[in-house]
Design a protein around this ligand. Structure first.
Ligand code: CA
Length: 294
């Protein structure tokens, strides 16, 4: 496999890659660097948008702008003027939390979860923002809200609360966004590293980035088995998405936060975002956040 850093830029905590097929651009966030980065894969120009607080995740909107989960709540960010318009903060009362991983569902609603800034357990939640900009709590008592994706037939929602070392599955109603019937489908041995970001491929298999695991791994949610893995030259692998002309390239983010000088010498590419071309697997872009009702 041909694994290359996308560019020289290194994030402190790179996360949340999003492929913008229309503009041949890969986006990702640096949560602690308070920025969205966008690399045009044709011109190789890197653009960055600073955010006023830590950005957990974002999605592209149907009007080409951005919906973001910032430390102080959900907001729209104008990609050109960089103007920020607040949508709402469901965690105004939880000053010790910040937002983390997020993604659009098959109907174009934006989901993002939260976590404690100081490692406190169970203070996080997962929320959904619908096309009316109503924010609804979907899951509570989460510790580190992370990977999320939906099955190809839209019947299931898969979710990772990192310290549980599990992937859970909920029945999912695409008309309403309601989830029910939580079931554990994958239990991850400690030696694999913590499960972080996640995506799904065209065969319905889950690709998980493993924090402290030096890998992205392919897991079968119907058996719970690990069926493939790609080793990376960095330990803190944070998230993954598919992209490219044929949707057969992988984009993978990583982090350097908390690594010692010794560790950084061992993994000088820590914090890079990577591209793996000709993976032999295919995936999907996420739908744009649906602004049609605005
Ligand atoms: Ca994450």
């Amino acid at each position: 496999m041909n694994i290359k850093p996308l560019c020289n830029h290194k994030s402190m905590l790179g996360e949340g890659p999003v492929w913008d097929a229309a503009n041949h651009t890969i986006f990702w966030v640096d949560i602690m660097g308070c920025a969205i980065h966008a690399l045009d894969m044709k011109s190789h120009a890197l653009r960055s948008i600073s955010t006023p607080s830590m950005i957990g995740s974002f999605a592209l909107c149907s009007d080409g702008n951005i919906i973001a989960a910032l430390q102080d709540g959900f907001a729209f960010i104008n990609k050109n003027t960089r103007e920020i318009n607040a949508i709402g903060d469901p965690e105004k009362h939880l000053k010790g939390n910040r937002f983390n991983d997020g993604k659009t569902d098959p109907a174009g609603r934006f989901w993002a979860g939260s976590m404690s800034l100081n490692g406190e357990k169970g203070t996080g939640n997962l929320y959904m923002v619908d096309e009316q900009l109503q924010v609804k709590k979907q899951i509570e008592n989460v510790s580190i809200s992370n990977g999320l994706c939906w099955s190809l037939d839209h019947r299931f929602f898969y979710y990772i609360d990192t310290p549980t070392m599990e992937v859970v599955r909920y029945d999912y109603d695409n008309a309403t966004g309601e989830i029910s019937n939580k079931t554990t489908v994958i239990s991850i041995p400690a030696k694999e590293g913590y499960p972080d970001g996640m995506t799904i491929d065209s065969e319905g298999m889950l690709w998980i980035a493993h924090w402290e695991g030096w890998q992205v791994a392919r897991w079968d949610p119907s058996t719970g088995n690990k069926i493939d893995a790609i080793h990376l030259p960095v330990s803190l692998v944070t998230s993954i998405c598919f992209g490219g002309e044929n949707m057969d390239e992988m984009f993978i983010t990583s982090a350097r936060v908390g690594l010692t000088d010794e560790q950084l010498a061992e993994e000088p590419l820590a914090g890079s975002s990577f591209i793996i071309s000709k993976t032999g697997f295919k995936g999907f872009t996420f739908p744009a956040f649906n602004l049609s009702q605005q």
